[in-house]
Design a protein around this ligand. Sequence first.
Ligand SMILES: [Zn+2]
Ligand SMILES: [Zn+2]
Length: 1016
Amino acid sequence: MSDISAFLRAIRDEHALRSALAHHETLPAQPPSYAPGLPTGSEALAPVLAAREIARLYSHQARAIELLEADRAADGAEARGRNVVLATPTASGKTLVYNLPVLRRTLEDPEARALYLFPLKALEQDQRQRFEEDVRALGLPGARIRAAIYDGDTPTAARKKLRDDPPNVLITTPDMLHAGILPHHATWRRFFEGLSLVVVDELHTYRGIFGAHVAQVLRRLDRVARFHGAAPQIVAASATIANPGELAAALANREFEVVQADGAPRARREVLLFRPEASPYTLAANLFRLAVGLGLRTIAFTKARVVTELMHQWIVEAEPGLAEKVSSYRAGFLPEERREIEARLFSGELMGVISTSALEMGIDVGGLDVCLLVGYPGSQVSTWQRSGRVGRKGAAAIALIAQPDALDQYLISHPRVFFSRGYEHAVLDPHNREIAGAHLPCAAAEVPLRAGERWLETDAARANVAALEESGELLRSDSGGEWFSARRRPHRDVSLRQIGASYAIALDGERSRRPEVIGSIGSGNVYSECHEGAIYLHRGRQYLVTELDPENRNVWVRAVAAPYYTRAISQKETSILTRDRSRPMGNCKVVQGRLKVTTTITGYERRRVRGQDLLGTEPLDLPPTSFETVGIWFEFPDEIPRAIEAAELHVMGGIHASEHAALSLFPLFALCDRHDVAGISYVRHPELLRAAFFLYDGIPGGVGIAASLFERTESLLDATLQMIADCDCEEGCPACVHSPKCGSGNRPIDKQAAVMTLRLLLARDPLPAIDRETESLDEPPATLEAESAAADAPRVLYFDLETQRSADEVGGWHNAHLMRVALACVYDSHTQEFETFHERDVAALIERLARADLVVGFNVKRFDYQVLRGYTERDLETLPTFDMLDAIHQRLGFRLALAHVGEETLGRGKSADGLQSLEWWKQGRLDLIEAYCRDDVALLRDLLGHAEAHGHLCFRTRNGERVRLPAPWKIPELLEEIRAGRGPIASNRRAAPRRAAGRTRTGYAGPLFDGDPKPR
Ligand SMILES: [Zn+2]
Ligand SMILES: [Zn+2]
């Protein structure tokens, strides 16, 4: 009988533990929720459940099985069932969800086959055993239903047997499917013909590069299955993540039904957050000994193999009696060793295990009581996946012991964030060009690519095929409709775990002999980690790089025992290839696009292992390397750097520190390692001509991580600001703004400037105005595209918008793109109806404007279009536009307010003004803003109508005389002028507007006079 309360008491009684305890929270138990009976058609499987001592299925299990079998039951065996993704916690019985339908199908049809995919070989054995146990429970005579593993360890003789007489369940990894099965699918004919279900377990691990590769492998699998006349369903099982349906759909290129309401019971869990003063490992080892000493079965998860070994060593040294009762567990152990540890843990012979992430997935080690997380596992997904190991039998304790890095410290200081943050999004980009480009020849070698097939539906895929044809990797058929692979086995050069070419790391001995290869490294990291003179760490050993040979892709190393480590010093440049989408955020503009990142390693530092003192710096002469990727960036208005300067803080130090801190919190938002994303800061970006910082996928082609943050940048920067502001340090430390990966050695870094930068970016503080008297605001001459003549009457859109913020709030009219749309109204001359657009509809609004024959507005170019500039990369200047204020100005040499012209011409002015509208926005009265905005649009429409009918409008001079304003504006002629590139719109005669020239946004309701009236 475990005793968690004794464990909690002991912690309270021991000063060192109690003082490190930062937070304690109790998560209540959750009762099970059962389904009423077995799913229809599964009655024959009752013995399987009986053997597992399962009386009833949990509700989520039953639901998933029902969905999988639904269509089949209705339309017979030929029908295609639904694809299901099940996202529930560890130990919620996911295996049964696919084993039961597979058993049912094989009982009905001995030729039915299933393919089980697991991301790690280590998971295969466990799954085969469980399937075989279920088969045995059925008590069938002979070996009627078989499961077999097919992977790199399968002996050659056995392979042929498996192909000729395939098992009902083939268990393998995506890597083996890619390299060993799909390329030889003809020899697997019997297997593919019967393939009815594909199981993708541990779905959440298929993200980033690996996910993008597996997405391609699953597309290839789908093609091959179709080639053999099969159309298998997919059932995917995932740890709990924010977006299981989306991930599965991106991965498998089809729709999924999502089941995530968990019916499995949960025990009460005591969650303890520790902030150790000294070493987190010492504290973890002490907690481990304490728990095991109380008879609690304990698992500790570390983040590094070496920590696993150290903790094991310390525990046994401190308490030799535990030598037989605890073990370490990590990659690098032989499979037999691992099986033995798992079995001893399961049987209870072992009281505790210290493991790397290797034990996070799949393998059943029975119920445990205490889970120690030595360092935040990097995601909520992993945190709850790992701690799901405990509490199956009764109450359990979970302790997180924070390490001194930014993310850990942030979560320990903000326990509410830790407990309520929710699960991360797992993202992958199935369209990564580099990865898709590597798999297209593989697919073509399997079954020739055909024009029009599903895989080639996207423009990106077609462009990829064209490029591969150009480079000679794909050969086009004479008829033109098919492509073949130029090589017979293109898959040999494609590894699912990395991108681009890899370098062999070999021991530098006698090179005449066959060199001993100790590992490999991707071309993306080879210059920074394996330059000459670098210390390369491999399995806890140090190696000195003696030569980097790019020509033959070799890294030569020698084992050494050096008291130092090395760190590359690099310079980076980012150039913008495309701007794909943008939006205003706070006081800045967020943009997403494709980037080209060029890195030059200029030298390296040698630092002492203990204490990290700098021992020396060596220069390096290496060529620049570059790659294309996807990123998001923040474009600063000039006020931000100026304000920071004015506060006598370091501008670059502030931007750089903000970038670091934002990067370190990325894992809170998307499932990724800190190494998957990178950043770069500019005080003045050479293309943008303004300050900016970039956050991008550090993986060629991008895998969707940065892009997934585009909509959530407020939350990201908000958390970043909170983290920095709450850190106790004075000038920045590894727990807030320092990055271990910084290419410039964390210089310059200015913590205070970062707080100010982020507050300004998020508009927590208003932008201070800059004196812009000397700056010309002249707009560039408008370029006009010839519009094709519309056959029927031109579609004229009368248009006006209201904003959320005033010019003052964004630092002036030049930042109109930060004012944000509150609401826009359009009157369409075709439908003769008004339409309203809210901020979320801005894209639709812009689309609408772009399709009009003529857009009519009042000061639309200097104001409305400038506001919309925050949301679009389209050059709105090119839209066919009639700006009435512009035309008035050209005629008179000064401007008039709309209200004034309306009053004098039609006897009706505006129903409100801009200030009022801003007030309404603050009160949430969108209804009032809408009414006002419509009135304005109607007024504009009627004024142009008046001008068309009478050839003039009216206004009152300063002397009080009501006079005619010549207005020879006829829509057909206006259109003609626009097409010809002349007329009011194309005119360059524009006076520089003063600040007051912004229509009524200043709150000025009377006529606007820039100078004395000068009738022409
Ligand atoms: Zn700090
Ligand atoms: Zn940096």
